[in-house]
Write a protein that binds this ligand. Structure first.
Ligand SMILES: [Zn+2]
Length: 719
């Protein structure tokens, strides 16, 4: 996939070369489709039963709705906490509303199969009742004080251990029974991985045997903490294998589908996953569903991936029976689709208390169905990728992962969205040539914890002509989160660690060099700004060679009393950006936490600087450029015989704190899309407007003007 994309867009690719590679890739895509029962399913629906649904809800309504939304696949509740079929497994409690002879799961599943839908059976093993606890105390999770855990939301129930016999034995019987008795293509387990750390006897014994240590206490500095995190993931991968084998044993071809893989990198084991990111709340940015699509695709490549969104409210007070405003649901789902998710709506309760969501999802899905051939993406065409590091989050970020890790990523992510630079994500455990060489530029937003091998892989990427943008403490810690004396990437960045990190710089500024403001692309748009605000933190470094000095430090000075607010030092020669050119590579290192400060303060100067750094380091014409007003998430894709550009219009008074109440149309937007070498555009359509725009074709690119974008638009170019 990466090779073909590179060949596809690469300046040296010949038309013949591109054709040969494209036919190769089609063959492999067909092979995947044959082997993968989930590949054909483009639209998903989920009905999660509540215990009193049997006999009260209307199955025909749901069958009609699945048809009206053109769902290819559905997920239906079968068992776990409550069984919705006549189970024979002990302590698998049947719904109290299920009368003798009823089989609500089986009847709905069978009707869906008759209509040709893929069916996943949903189970949820995370809680049991008193009778199960009395007979099997070893199924229950224990807290760090050695007490069995009552369910936090339901005092009738007990929380179960995810890593012991409840899951490995009892639930294995349950999934085997479901897969053996019903024509399902897989079993989807919700809350399957336990509910936080468990201190039961099984966990104590197994961890001791595996790691030679006691379970870690609540301290984040407990030396056993990292061992525990890694062991727990390993145990869950074993559980995945046990359930998958039990399912395939009785129904070959069916799969276990976990809700949430143990460690993002283990998503690579799945033929299909659904990413559960139901809705936003609080200050979740409007592009965050798309972000999770990028993050999972970085591991799963072109395998089918669904984005599970809820029509409900996603707040700590739950309100599971209510629904979101239509525009909010729609915009959230659209951003996921634009970033490569297949939509999967989730509704709890077969009896509806608020029906307003129905038309929203039906309308979106009908559009998706009509335009399916342009949504079956084969490869993203972005040339820039943000590196995501789960180990940096776990072992460097710890309990402050949000501010120390996520906020850096969010700052860079938002800067790229604002700048309309199409980009992908790369997982830091997958830095081999096959995963990174399709990109001209990797961006490392404070990817602090990197092993020697990971640093070496990044160095080799640069040696092969790749470019890097890195910020703050990138590579200053090893993979376990232990501080280094020197940057792991010292040779690539060209700087040495000076031994100090300033954690709060009050009232500090960046001086922008007058000559560089006139000439250097890094400072484009800042021509009139001799001084802008600095970031809040900085790593002190020493250059290991010659560097230009477009940006230098104005050190902190008093900010009160007002009479004292004047710089004690007007200028220094301490650089706050390090720019290098090395062969075909360009490297930018910001010693400050510019990305995190951008996310906190949202200074447009910082956003511009980050975007300029990315454009300069990429050093090539981007695959697509979009001109016009507004905040838009721009993605660019190739399908079998076409290219698409998605524009998701995030311009909204409620963009940065939802829910969105209405759409705010923007336009006109001018979109210029580079075509593959030698290709011509046979036809260009706007898939949301349903119109054919006027097209200009020149210099191997098509340019179209979109008069107005309401919530989204897709420019589809048939090749
Ligand atoms: Zn346990």
């Amino acid at each position: 996939m990466t090779l073909s994309r590179r060949q596809f867009l690469g300046a040296t690719a010949t038309a013949a070369g591109a054709v040969a590679l494209s036919s190769l890739r089609s063959e492999s895509a067909e092979a995947i489709a044959d082997a993968n029962p989930f590949d054909r399913a483009m639209r998903w629906g989920q009905l999660a039963f509540v215990e009193n649904d049997p006999g009260r809800y209307d199955p025909q309504f749901w069958l009609d709705y699945f048809a009206r939304t053109h769902c290819d696949a559905v997920t239906l509740s079968a068992g776990g906490v409550v069984a919705f079929y006549p189970t024979r497994v002990p302590f698998h409690r049947r719904s109290a509303w299920m009368k003798e002879g009823m089989d609500p799961f089986g009847e709905l599943a069978s009707a869906c199969r008759q209509r040709g839908l893929v069916v996943l059976a949903r189970v949820d093993p995370h809680a049991v009742y008193d009778d199960a606890r009395a007979a099997h105390p070893e199924w229950i999770a224990f807290d760090d004080k050695g007490q069995p855990r009552r369910h936090w939301a339901n005092p009738e129930m007990w929380v179960t251990c995810g890593l012991g016999p409840r899951n490995f034995e009892h639930m294995t019987e349950v999934v085997r029974e479901i897969a053996g008795r019903y024509d399902v293509q897989g079993i989807f387990a919700n809350r399957w991985a336990g509910s936080g750390p468990c201190y039961c006897e099984t966990c104590r014994r197994n961890f001791k045997a595996a790691a030679g240590k006691d379970l870690p206490g609540p301290s984040l500095d407990d030396p056993a903490r990292r061992d525990y995190i890694l062991w727990r993931r390993q145990r869950l991968r074993e559980l995945w294998d046990v359930w998958d084998a039990a399912i395939r044993d009785v129904r070959p071809g069916a799969r276990f589908i976990p809700n949430g893989p143990p460690g993002l990198d283990s998503a690579a084991r799945a033929d299909f996953l659904a990413v559960d990111h139901q809705a936003r709340r609080g200050l979740t940015p409007p592009w965050d569903f798309g972000r999770s699509a990028k993050q999972y695709r970085a591991v799963m490549g072109t395998k089918p991936l669904a984005g599970l969104f809820s029509v409900g409210v996603e707040e700590p007070y739950r309100w599971k029976d209510s629904v979101q405003a239509g525009p909010e649901i729609r915009l959230w789902a659209l951003d996921g689709i634009a970033n490569g998710f297949r939509p999967w709506f989730a509704k709890f309760s077969g009896v509806l208390y608020d029906r307003r969501w129905l038309a929203t999802v039906e309308d979106l899905y009908a559009w998706h169905y009509r335009n399916e051939r342009y949504l079956r993406n084969e490869a993203p065409l972005a040339r820039v990728a943000l590196v995501y590091s789960e180990q940096t989050r776990d072992f460097y970020g710890k309990d402050a992962a949000e501010s120390r890790v996520d906020d850096h990523l969010k700052g860079l992510y938002h800067a790229l969205v604002e700048a309309r630079v199409p980009f992908e994500m790369v997982n830091d455990l997958l830095l081999d040539a096959a995963h990174v060489d399709g990109f001209k530029l990797l961006v490392l937003p404070n990817v602090a914890a990197l092993s020697e091998a990971q640093c070496a892989a990044l160095g080799q990427y640069v040696d092969r002509g790749g470019s890097l943008v890195a910020t703050f403490e990138t590579s200053l810690y090893d993979e376990a989160g232990v501080p280094r004396k020197e940057f792991g990437l010292r040779d690539v960045l060209g700087v040495s660690f000076d031994g100090q990190v300033d954690r709060r710089m009050q009232n500090s500024y960046l001086a922008l060099d007058a000559e560089a403001r006139r000439t250097h692309p890094l400072l484009a748009g800042l021509e009139d700004a001799p001084r802008i605000i600095n970031s809040v933190q900085r790593v002190r470094v020493r250059p290991r060679g010659e560097f230009p000095s477009p940006i230098t430090l104005v050190p902190s000075y008093p900010d009160l009393p007002m009479e004292h607010v004047f710089p004690r030092v007007e200028a220094t020669d301490e650089r706050q950006v390090y720019l290098r050119e090395k062969g075909r590579s360009r490297i930018v290192y910001f010693p400050g936490d510019l990305d995190r400060t951008f996310w906190e303060v949202m200074s447009p100067d910082h956003g511009r600087l980050l975007a300029n750094a990315v454009r300069w380091a990429a050093g090539e014409e981007p695959p697509v450029t979009v001109a016009g007003p507004g905040l838009l998430d721009v993605t660019v894709w190739r399908q079998k015989d076409s290219l698409t550009v998605h524009l998701v219009n995030l311009t909204n008074a409620m963009a940065m704190k939802g829910p969105v109440r209405e759409f705010v149309p923007v336009g006109p937007m001018t979109v210029r899309l580079r075509l593959p070498a030698g290709a011509r555009a046979r036809r260009v359509q706007l898939l949301a407007a349903g119109t054919t725009p006027k097209v200009e074709e020149s210099d191997g690119a098509v340019t179209v003007v979109i008069p107005s974008v309401r919530d989204h638009e897709v420019v589809a170019v048939d090749l």
